[in-house]
Design a protein around this ligand. Structure first.
Ligand SMILES: *[C@@H]1O[C@H](CO)[C@@H](O)[C@H](O)[C@H]1NC(C)=O
Ligand SMILES: *[C@@H]1O[C@H](CO)[C@@H](O)[C@H](O)[C@H]1NC(C)=O
Ligand SMILES: *[C@@H]1O[C@H](CO)[C@@H](O)[C@H](O)[C@H]1NC(C)=O
Ligand SMILES: *[C@@H]1O[C@H](CO)[C@@H](O)[C@H](O)[C@H]1NC(C)=O
Ligand SMILES: *[C@@H]1O[C@H](CO)[C@@H](O)[C@H](O)[C@H]1NC(C)=O
Ligand SMILES: *[C@@H]1O[C@H](CO)[C@@H](O)[C@H](O)[C@H]1NC(C)=O
Ligand SMILES: *[C@@H]1O[C@H](CO)[C@@H](O)[C@H](O)[C@H]1NC(C)=O
Length: 578
């Protein structure tokens, strides 16, 4: 058996020049479909494609095709079909077995994955398709780009979900990609275009098998190795029977993955057989991806085809650790992480409570987003002080205020308090922090801001400002007193002085009159006494009829004459004459 393999290897060595040597050394673990072996090696390297000139600028040939977009969520987004087909090969009719995968909404459900994990290309990681698929929840996954079998380096451009994972500097190999403007890219791509930012997914293969529905293997062999005359090795690459993986699209813009089982040199198809097969499927553009022992199709985490790398137990075949993978997954959401506030299901973000679909990027609470009276949070409305309710559209009950209306107003003569600050709203006629004070004298109304306008009193009704109302008699008295004081102190000081002078004058006059009266009374007493006691005894007896005249005082003429009647004075004069 070992001998047979050696023979086959030797035959291959003749075909494949120095690459065959490698294969012998590696006991078939690297096989002839790997195109880049000895990248910078001898001129005899049969993968002469690596010697192609790179294209940094310009527009190398490619096709763009509108990707199928409408995704009917009640239908599966991917279908896997099996085929066992008789094809008329260039040599003899043969039976071809494989899988045909239709991806209905490639823009949303197809991704190029780096081996094992994001960053796998820069780490030169290799991983089985199944493992990479499981890590990324792929429903269907297939091996994709080429890689350096010695160091695991990713070959060709790799763009994964819009992130450039590997830049091959514009090397002219067939590439498959999806653009951000939702087109399928097939063909050659310059470095400029890779870096343009319009690429969503990109992976490189070797040989553009079908272009615009017609076979393109012969042409692409020349295109991909334009400056190289070593077409011989490329012919071998195209002609060798093996397992194959290809990616392309149908006329509806669905992406199609085709996997054909085989084994290098002995079983499977060459690229011309592939061309026939793909044309029969009616595909429009298809490129050839990494094949041979790398060719692996994984469905729901399980390998569905027959990769043929030997396991440790040589009786059995095992999956090869490969490089990039084409992964069909349930539709990505936009954004894929639903902004961290939702879970993605079939391309739709199922947003957490209070987060707005479709992107779960905005909070929106209840019906009116907290009525502008609160802040919307994950947990719901956080109402501003003074407001309550699911939507913060309820005011605090009377007598309550503050956060959650949880504080009680502390007011006495009030109409409640401010629902936000708790400031007491005093009834008319009251003031003070807690409305504990009546208005000061002379003021009335709400917050006692109005001044009484009464003529004779500085007091007015503290509620209405009315001047007449005796709202509280004792208080009224106090106010009246106060008002008088104010009048006395302020308005009448000057007049007061004049008044006092008049008063003094009056008092002096009154004093003089009193003194004069007293004096005349004493005089009259004295006169009467002397009249009686001395000589005029007869006269005194004659005048006993009018005793009142006896005491009359004889005053100088004119003195007190105004106050005495004529009739009364006559007897006095008579008396004197007598
Ligand atoms: C989606 O598919 C279901 C079942 O195939 C069909 O009944 C429905 O009409 C489709 N909806 C749309 C929008 O195409
Ligand atoms: C392929 O078809 C498209 C239109 O479908 C056309 O624009 C383009 O020129 C064709 N390419 C070739 C090489 O024939
Ligand atoms: C490809 O070129 C080979 C010769 O190099 C020729 O025999 C073959 O018919 C060509 N195939 C197609 C499909 O043109
Ligand atoms: C993958 O498994 C799920 C059930 O787990 C099934 O509904 C679905 O059809 C499977 N996908 C494929 C492509 O077989
Ligand atoms: C709802 O309110 C929050 C703040 O409370 C704000 O950040 C958010 O943008 C609002 N949502 C909408 C849809 O306006
Ligand atoms: C105050 O007196 C003026 C005239 O001196 C009078 O017009 C006015 O109505 C009076 N006001 C009150 C409140 O009695
Ligand atoms: C009247 O004033 C006294 C104190 O001056 C007060 O105790 C009383 O409550 C007042 N009455 C009214 C009706 O305002």
């Amino acid at each position: 058996m070992q001998f047979l393999i050696l023979i086959v290897s030797l035959i291959n060595t003749i075909h494949c020049d120095d690459d065959g040597l490698n294969r012998v050394q590696n006991q078939l673990s690297e096989e002839s479909l790997t195109p880049y072996i000895n990248q910078h090696g001898s001129r005899l390297s049969h993968r002469s494609i690596q010697e192609c000139h790179t294209l940094e600028h310009g527009s190398p040939p490619h096709e763009l095709y509108e990707a199928h977009k409408t995704l009917n969520l009640s239908e599966p987004f991917v279908k896997v079909k099996r085929f066992v087909k008789e094809i008329k090969s260039s040599f003899i009719p043969k039976t071809v077995r494989g899988h045909y995968v239709i991806v209905f909404n490639p823009i949303k459900t197809l991704s190029v994955l780096e081996p094992d994990q994001p960053g796998g290309c820069s780490l030169n990681i290799r991983q089985t398709v199944a493992a990479t698929s499981k890590k990324n929840n792929c429903v269907v996954a297939i091996n994709a780009g080429y890689f350096d079998t010695k160091d695991g380096k990713c070959l060709g451009n790799v763009v994964s979900d819009g992130r450039i994972a590997h830049d091959s500097k514009g090397i002219q190999n067939a590439h498959f990609g999806l653009t951000k403007d939702e087109q399928i890219f097939i063909g050659y791509i310059s470095e400029d275009s890779v870096l343009s930012g319009n690429i969503l997914q990109l992976v490189g293969g070797v040989i553009w098998i079908i272009r615009n529905g017609t076979g393109f293997v012969n042409s692409s062999k020349k295109l991909e190795c334009e400056k190289t005359e070593e077409t011989g090795p490329m012919d071998h690459f195209a002609n060798i029977l093996s397992a194959r993986t290809a990616v392309g699209h149908d006329k509806d813009g669905n992406v199609v993955l085709v996997q054909v089982d085989g084994k290098s040199s002995t079983d499977g198809v060459n690229l011309y057989d592939m061309e026939i097969l793909l044309k029969e499927f009616g595909l429009v553009n298809v490129i050839n991806l990494d094949g041979g022992g790398s060719s692996t199709l994984v469905i729901n985490g399980t390998t569905a085809n027959y990769p043929y790398d030997s396991c440790d137990d040589q009786n059995f075949a095992c999956d090869r650790k490969v490089s990039t993978v084409l992964c069909v997954h349930s539709p990505y959401c936009d954004p894929s992480d639903c902004n961290g506030h939702g879970t993605c299901s079939m391309g739709e973000c199922l947003c957490e409570k209070n987060w707005l679909p479709p992107k779960c990027d905005q909070l929106f609470c209840s019906k009116t987003n907290c009525s502008n009276k609160g802040i919307c949070t994950n947990e719901g409305c956080m109402c501003h002080p003074g407001f309550l309710g699911e939507d913060c559209n309820e005011n605090c009950l009377d007598g309550w205020y503050g956060n959650m209306c949880s504080k009680q107003c502390e007011c006495y003569n009030s109409l409640g308090c401010d629902p936000i600050t708790g400031t007491c709203r005093c009834k008319s006629g009251f003031t003070g922090e807690k409305c504990q004070n009546s208005c000061p004298v002379g003021f009335f109304g709400v917050n006692c801001h109005l001044k009484c306008q009464c003529n004779h009193s500085c007091f007015c009704d503290p509620i209405t400002g009315a001047c007449e109302v005796l709202h509280n008699t004792s208080f009224y008295e106090a106010a009246k007193c106060e008002a008088e004081n104010i009048i006395r102190q302020q308005n009448l000081i000057k007049d007061n002085v004049g008044e006092r002078r008049k008063w003094y004058i009056t008092m002096v006059i009154l004093g003089i009159i009193t003194a004069a009266c007293l004096a005349s009374f004493l005089l009259m007493m004295f006169c009467s006494c002397s009249c009686y006691c001395q000589n005029e005894q007869l006269l005194c007896l004659k005048n006993e009829r009018k005793p009142q005249k006896k005491y009359r005082l004889q005053l100088p003429s004119g003195y007190l004459s105004d106050s005495l009647s004529d009739s009364e004075t006559v007897p006095m004069q008579n008396l004197q004459k007598a």
